[in-house]
Design a protein around this ligand. Structure first.
Ligand SMILES: NC(=O)C1=CN([C@@H]2O[C@H](COP(=O)(O)OP(=O)(O)OC[C@H]3O[C@@H](n4cnc5c(N)ncnc54)[C@H](O)[C@@H]3O)[C@@H](O)[C@H]2O)C=CC1
Length: 393
């Protein structure tokens, strides 16, 4: 338990973290990777290079410091972190490594005067409290996943049963457990954790489950990322019959129970979780507005499938928008998604549930546009692939 004095010291560091938070976390990651190279695999190096991971940690630390008196008001943040950690198999032994480097980084970036012994001790206590909270919540999930039918803890081997090209840059993998056992059920919108060992070392990634599944396979659909170590490995090296190592499904970007009209608005590879969501929602009979933005038809994955869904289910409407159409490409509109298009494609009654996913500038725009169109903000849901960020900056 933190003392009142320690809480005061923590709160006093909030403005410092706000102005220098990212410098602090960047320094922290440098320390962490130089002192504990074994944790490299737990962090996607592309997110590292872009600075997103440092921003996300800065944001989390800041939120925690701001709410130190009322941790129950942290909202979805703790759940989001727990889900990410579980999907990458973060374990109790990782916390002291992170904690030690974080405290050192605070001291070195703020300087000995600002980060004096009392401040460091307060942060050590706060970190210990946060770590205890997360370790407890994560163990609950690990234990539950292990006990559920078809569940498991840690790694389970899956064999690639099918590999299907979905567009010029997205490939689906159908994965069946090598042990032939049952499959843990998941909620559409969730992702699995994948561990691969490459010549350059171990890597872990999350991939959304892109189909509701047949109870025997999970499906992931992977976009080839320029320079992406894991996506290029999956595209080029992994073939039918090969074995991949998975951690159980996780994630809280899932459909909330509702009968209101549903808008699934995606761009690029962000379409993947929305496919499974559409499958889940279509059986309920609620109206579904499936809006997808792609650069052009060549990279528009699952077009045939989406069209077949709206042909088979009258309550499903689909709209495609191409930002860089090639000659002969046909779509419902061209350019980026605009307020006018959304206005036209969404039902006139704006009391709907919207789930959107795509590149960050796209999500920021959709969020603003939905608000302007009068969709209640608490009915708008989105997720970041990789470290959480902010759409409001
Ligand atoms: N939620 C998340 O965190 C997601 C992140 N991404 C990341 O975004 C990157 C690009 O994803 P791709 O599938 O290659 O998408 P992309 O680059 O093919 O773009 C798809 C569509 O997004 C829209 N879009 C792109 N930039 C926009 C902008 N500035 N404003 C408004 N709309 C815009 C356009 O309609 C475009 O056709 C990837 O590196 C991926 O990892 C992708 C999907 C989800």
């Amino acid at each position: 338990m933190l003392s009142a004095e320690q809480r005061t010291l923590i709160k006093a560091t909030v403005p410092l973290l706000e102005s220098g938070g990212e410098a602090l976390t960047r320094h922290f990651y440098q320390l962490l990777f130089s002192e504990h190279p074994e944790v490299h695999a737990l962090f996607n190096q592309a997110h590292q290079a872009s600075g997103n991971q440092a921003k996300a940690l800065a944001n989390a630390v800041l939120m925690y410091a701001r709410h130190i008196d009322r941790l129950n008001e942290l909202g979805p943040l703790v759940g989001q972190i727990v889900n990410k950690h579980v999907s990458l198999q973060i374990l109790p032994e990782h916390y002291p490594l992170v904690g030690g480097c974080l405290l050192r980084a605070i001291r070195e970036v703020l300087g000995a005067e600002l980060a004096n012994d009392a401040v460091i001790a307060a942060w050590a206590a706060a970190y210990g409290q946060l770590a205890g909270l997360l370790i407890g919540a994560e163990e609950e999930v690990y234990a539950r996943n292990e006990q559920l039918d078809g569940g498991w803890r840690g790694i389970r081997e899956f064999r690639v049963a099918r590999k299907v090209a979905e567009s010029e840059e997205i490939v689906s993998f159908y994965l069946a457990p090598v042990d032939g056992g049952a499959l843990l059920e998941f909620a559409p919108g969730q992702y699995i954790g994948l561990r691969v060992v490459l010549p350059s070392g171990e890597e872990r990634r999350n991939y959304s489950l892109s189909a509701r599944g047949d109870g025997r396979h999970y499906r992931i659909s992977v976009k080839r990322e320029h320079g992406g170590r894991v996506s290029n490995h999956l595209h080029d090296q992994v073939q039918v019959g090969d074995v991949l190592e998975l951690y159980p499904p996780a994630g809280d970007f899932v459909l909330r129970s509702s009968q209101k009209p549903l808008a699934l608005i995606t761009a690029g590879v962000g379409i993947t979780p929305a496919l499974a969501m559409l499958e889940q929602a279509r059986d309920s009979g609620r109206p579904i507005h499936f809006i997808h933005c792609a650069r052009h038809a060549g990279v528009h994955a699952f077009r045939d499938w989406t069209e077949a869904q709206s042909a088979a289910y009258p309550q499903v409407r689909h709209y495609f928008c191409y930002s860089e159409p090639r000659d002969g490409d046909e779509a419902h509109a061209e350019g980026f998604l605009s307020p006018e298009l959304l206005d036209r494609w969404l039902p006139a009654n704006r009391d709907l549930d919207a789930y959107f996913l795509g590149p960050q500038p796209f999500m920021a725009q959709v969020k603003r546009q939905l608000r302007a169109l009068g969709v209640p903000q608490e009915q708008c849901h989105y997720e970041f692939f990789g470290p959480a960020g902010s759409l409001d900056a």
